[in-house]
Design a protein around this ligand. Structure first.
Ligand code: TLP
Length: 339
């Protein structure tokens, strides 16, 4: 089986398993796990922020960031294709009483003028706009890396009106690789950033939120509230440290494999690809079959030994990662076509 559903499907490498086995641990709710303390310091440094907090998932990282930025009854401006809006089960609204206001995503970015138009003026009828959320790379935007200039233009509008900026940087190292800059440079436009160790970097679990020290202290409280205060989690932080050290430098291979996959898939009477849109490790392709619904097509592909995801409207997503090789992606494209 060639699994291209997501870069979340990777298994821990032997160096991660060795680090897990030998990790020094303590009770992290008391702040006494040395491996977690080290991971948080390294994550903050690599992102150019004052402090960081280890969290179990990207979803929790985004949730507690929104809660730490916004009071109940306040509003967040977010792209209509953003992960935090699309795929996080309305957590911020359900748990935080925060309203999400969408503006159109155009291959991942928002127009600064759309953000500006959505920012509320002081008025008793309106919620206060407390936050703008960015995402880089943009998942539903086909893994597009949003340039520093575009990111800055979006953030500047928010900051001009005194609105904070959170960056969902779950795949920020993919963006940094594609744009040939540092993750800290891309994160510099935002007040807070969420990163994931468990996607392209290959760790079995874990994310981190980074920002100012007072912001991270608020996040620590919300993490506790959300049931995310963890104990001897040096065992998983150790794998995340290996991911942080070894993961970013091999992302280029995933990006090359995504291009190779897209080229191999090519264009047939039923499959449409857009090679120019492939910038990182995500390939979105369209398949309009006259005889099969998307779910049935996924089943046929599974029978042929390839797993991909359906994004809706006949758009499918394949994601390259450390556990698939160049030969695997060429073979996967062949099997998808043959079906
Ligand atoms: N994305 C997953 C699915 O939820 C769709 C995937 O397979 O791509 N932000 C972004 C941009 C993400 O892509 C994801 C995960 C998250 C946040 C949430 O991270 P986790 O899965 O750790 O909660």
């Amino acid at each position: 089986m060639i699994d291209l559903r997501s870069d979340t499907v990777t298994k821990p490498s032997s160096s991660m398993r060795a680090a897990i086995a030998s990790a020094e641990v303590g009770d992290d709710v008391y702040g006494e796990d040395p491996t977690v303390v080290r991971l948080q310091a390294e994550a903050a440094a690599v992102l150019g922020k004052e402090a960081a907090l280890f969290v179990p998932s990207g979803t929790m990282g985004n949730l507690i960031s929104v809660l730490a930025h916004c009071a109940r009854g306040e509003e967040v401006i977010v792209g209509d294709e953003a992960h935090v809006f699309y795929y996080e089960a309305a957590g911020a609204s359900a748990f935080g009483g925060v309203q999400m206001r969408t503006v159109p995503n155009r291959r991942g970015a928002m127009r600064p003028s759309d953000i500006e138009a959505a920012i509320r003026s002081p008025n008793i009828h309106f919620p206060r706009t407390a936050l703008v959320c960015l995402e880089n790379t943009h998942n539903r935007g086909g893994g597009r890396a949003i340039s520093l200039e575009e990111s800055r233009a979006m953030a500047e509008v928010a900051h001009h009106y005194g609105v904070a900026v959170h960056l969902d940087g779950s795949r920020i190292f993919n963006a940094a690789t594609a744009l040939d800059c540092s993750a800290a440079t891309l994160a510099s436009v935002a007040d807070s950033v969420n990163i994931c160790f468990s996607k392209g970097l290959g760790a079995p679990i874990g994310s981190a939120v980074a920002g100012s020290a007072p912001f991270i202290e608020r996040c620590r409280k919300y993490r506790k509230m959300a049931g995310g205060g963890m104990r001897q989690v040096g065992v998983i932080a150790a794998a995340a440290l290996v991911a942080l050290h070894e993961g970013p430098r091999r992302l280029e291979v995933d990006h090359d494999n995504a291009k190779i996959f897209c080229d191999a898939l090519g264009v047939t009477s039923t499959i449409e690809t857009d090679p120019d849109a492939v910038q990182t490790n995500i390939v979105v392709f369209r398949c309009r079959s006259s005889s099969l619904e998307p779910e049935a097509l996924l089943e046929k592909w599974r029978e042929a030994g390839v797993l991909v995801n359906h994004m809706g409207n006949g758009d499918f997503r394949a994601v390259t990662h450390k556990d698939v090789s160049r030969d695997d992606v060429i073979e996967a494209a062949r099997r998808l076509q043959s079906v």
